[in-house]
Design a binder for this molecule. Sequence first.
Ligand SMILES: [Zn+2]
Length: 98
Amino acid sequence: MNYKKAGELSTWLFVFSIASIGGTFFFQGTVQIILFFLGIALIVGGILVRVIFWRCPSCKKMLHLGFKMEPTKCPYCRADLNVSGDVAEPTGKNPKKR
Ligand SMILES: [Zn+2]
């Protein structure tokens, strides 16, 4: 999994977790409990995806954990993070037309 897919996935997990926990206000009893724990599980899953996969594809250092979804350069090795495809080219090896 590349970091972009991981970022999208974790964002969706957080969205669904908010929806699940929000849903607890509309249900009672067993369904409410299930939704609550589902929401907690989705939050934990989203955090795990971030921690494990949200890394620079070049130097493997963890990117910032904020929700700014499109970092353009790695703050550590300055690799261009906007390359398409799964493998990022090392710094300066991928000149792009702008
Ligand atoms: Zn890097």
